[in-house]
Design a protein around this ligand. Structure first.
Ligand code: ARG
Length: 259
């Protein structure tokens, strides 16, 4: 009986020590890095995409946000979401930030807070190589235009009188629609069109018309979140220490325009 009691005591003691250690680990876990949950829609090369047969997210935005996270002492975790799900996901707290070549617009500014701009983009029209009828936005009147849901390209297409706007979840589907001749044109961000034209679209498609609307891209966070300030601080530091330029040159082959 005595022996049993001693054994029980020992066991309890062990359990207490183990629990104590566990508790300690939790509170002392400050050296375990905090996670920054970042949402994106990854069919937007060269900003965010997945290489063939790879689950990893790569591109300019992906490298930039990882560098920003590192600067903030945080580990970046990327979540693959629909483009039109990004803003709702910020507001529900499912993600902390969204980086997705997202243009800073007045309408979006009502729903979320943006960081400082990290890239200046614009929209363009893409048609198949054999199409000589479409040279400008005006020529799209009454035509079929393929776009990604919830984008500024979709808004632009909707402004064309009589146009039939075909909306898709991914840009892979958007370009497929064009090359299957189920759409006359695509309206999309120019750097994404240019990247596509030297890869999958090579020999098939071309850009037409002037670049429309200067669109600055920003990182979105929940409305009024103080995270925007922290991101801005990190971004400014990366611009100062040359890291931003390095990432920019890697993806665009040239130094960013000074502005
Ligand atoms: N810049 C455009 C917009 O903000 C298109 C962005 C699409 N981005 C993406 N990752 N699919 O509406």
């Amino acid at each position: 009986m005595k022996k049993l009691f001693a054994a029980l005591c020992l066991l309890t003691a062990f359990a207490m020590v183990a629990a104590g250690c566990g508790g300690k680990k939790d509170t002392a876990g400050t050296d375990a890095k905090k996670v920054l949950k970042v949402g994106t829609e990854p069919t937007f090369a060269p900003f965010e995409f997945q290489e063939k047969d790879s689950k990893d997210f790569t591109g300019f935005d992906m490298e930039l946000i990882r560098a920003i996270g590192k600067q903030m002492g945080m580990t970046v975790e990327i979540k693959n979401l629909g483009f039109d799900a990004l803003i709702p996901s910020l507001n529900s707290g499912n993600i902390d930030a969204a980086i997705a070549g997202m243009s800073i617009t007045e309408a979006r500014k009502k729903a979320v807070t943006f960081s400082d701009s990290y890239y200046t983009s614009g929209l363009t029209i893409v048609v198949t190589k054999d199409n000589d009828a479409i040279k400008s936005l005006k020529d799209l009147e009454g035509k079929k235009i393929a776009v990604q849901i919830g984008t500024t390209g979709a808004d632009k297409a909707a402004s064309v009188p009589g146009a039939q706007v075909k909306r898709f979840n991914t840009n892979s589907e958007v370009f497929l629609e064009l090359n299957n001749k189920n759409a006359d044109a695509v309206i999309i961000d120019k750097p994404v069109a240019e990247y596509f034209l030297v890869r999958e679209g090579k020999g098939k498609d071309k850009l037409v018309g002037d670049t429309m609307d200067a669109e600055p891209y920003g990182i979105a966070v929940k409305k009024d979140s103080k995270l925007a300030g922290e991101i801005n601080k990190a971004l400014a530091e990366l611009k100062k220490n040359g890291e931003y330029n390095k990432i920019y040159e890697k993806w665009f082959g040239k130094a960013p325009k000074a502005n």
